[in-house]
Write a new protein. Structure first.
Length: 66
């Protein structure tokens, strides 16, 4: 699934994002609002990981999102 589809389905995707990254708050997800780069940044911040690692995690999640 491509990111445009995820962004268009953001309200439903938010639940799956919270399942994957439980440290993200509702405010984090509201700010991200379906924007991939913002989501990567929020994951990086909350989990204290490098941007490359956060990006890889989102990339892996994209492959499994349905």
């Amino acid at each position: 699934m491509n990111w445009d589809q995820i962004k268009g389905d953001w309200k439903q995707a938010k639940g799956k994002v919270k399942q994957q990254w439980g440290k993200l708050t509702d405010d984090d997800l509201t700010v991200a609002e379906g924007t991939r780069d913002e989501l990567v940044g929020r994951i990086q911040e909350r989990y204290g990981i490098a941007k490359d690692e956060a990006d890889k995690q989102v990339q892996d999640w994209e492959k499994t999102y349905r």
